[in-house]
Design a protein around this ligand. Sequence first.
Ligand code: NAD
Length: 506
Amino acid sequence: MNEAVRRGLLAHQPSDLIGGKFLALQSAGVVGSSELVASHDPAHPNVQVWSAAAQLSHIDLAVKAARAAGQGWIDAGQDVRRAALMRWKDVVFANEDRIARLITLEAGKTLAESHLEAKALADKVSITLEAQNANRIAGFEFAVNPTRQGICAFRPHGVMAVFGPFNFPAHLPNGHFVPALLAGNTVIFKPSERTPAVGQLLAELADLASFPAGVFNVVSGGPQVAAKLSDHPDIDGILFTGSWITGRRILAANLDRPGRMIALEMGGSNAAIVCGDCHLKQAVIECVRSAFATAGQRCSCTRRIIVDASIAETFIPLFAKVASTLLIGSGDSNEPIFMGPLISSAARESVLAFQSRKVREGAVSILPATKLDCDGWFLSPGIMQVQRFDIMTDEEVFGPLVQIAIASDDDDAIAQANASQFGLAAAVFTANEERWKRISPHIRAGCINWNVGTAGASSRLPFGGLGRSGNNRPAGAMSLEYCAAPIAQLEERTDAVSLPQGMRPF
Ligand code: NAD
């Protein structure tokens, strides 16, 4: 039996939620028009958390159900949709513990982190409903002349496909579908194939929140299911959080659909600039925290540190010393664990392969990332020093591995920070506000922090990036904006009509 069900974290055997009904999935092993999906506890990989044969045929069913529910959901009006989201808020709030335990079981995060993620679900509803955010799609109107009104009204796109990553398997899809639902869209959520149990839990909680049938659907699956859904002719938008490689596939599949809303939140190769006049303790703690939070599996983790030559000899050994003492362990441990395991054996191998390649190319390993001597997919923090950062060789490495380079001055630091195709997050550590104000406008990133590490963001601000990090559709507080389109309406309230030049009166 799947562990998530055995522990009572899921009420149903593996199932999809389509049109308000749970459709059971066959157990893994059945082939044909299906795709096998299985998740494991990353701290104890012999424990299978969830497994099933995902059904490709469920995609058409879900799209039909979402389409059929669309008109009623629009006609219901915002008050009804707000009330439904308030029920969702109450349900996720009441189930925080269950959500957190399942995230830790399936994604390996520490329980403390999982609780923060679970809490964020209800917070997202509050933030979305706040006037300053809800009003983003309130529209406006004005008198074109004494009898004619000009109106800008926002309309939902229609059926939205939501794709989520494994590292925030509940919070990030919730961050897309809460605003999408408020704006009047219907949703098909395809969870990460590495966290399908958390995806199913969201389906079970949506059922408790009593969304009208078909308004919120969940279809599990891997890349085949995902590709079929993102290329489906009868969806209207794609709200995606994941890697650049997958985001690129989505764009490629939709080249002939310029009208489809595609909001992409993708990866990062985030830089922290450490100036010579920084508060040393603050810079070290924030850089270590941001480099290794969630075992380096956050889009906003610090991947590159650019340290001023004047402080490098002090900063680098201290940074390595603090990183080497981080407590690593199973996410549900009673110890105050800093980081858990990586999501899979393959993820760990790819970090190690990158480390070896860099060292072969001349990087100096200051603290080698090393497998822990146990079954789980654990990896200790790794630190490498490189000559300088180069846009041609930059890539996102999704694990606990950070690179450091030295800058000769602030201009050099800015140039190295921008030596990336990504542009998600950046941090500048300096005690001098003038210096921060001089440096920050020149950094190409969507989230730029002063004396705060790159990892961790406020849900009350926009969250998104430039270049290969995003397509200027920031999530966070701005997410409603990509969930509705402005429509222009002219309304004439009388029978007034003027005769155009060249037309004969009748
Ligand atoms: P991923 O790209 O492998 O998968 C993300 C989702 O895309 C999964 O649900 C997957 O099934 C789906 N998918 C696969 N093929 C698809 C297709 N053809 N069309 C549509 N969807 C498809 O990402 P991951 O490994 O789960 O997550 C880690 C990545 O996500 C990292 O690159 C990280 O930086 C990024 N991320 C970004 C943010 C952000 O807000 N910018 C937040 C978290 C993670």
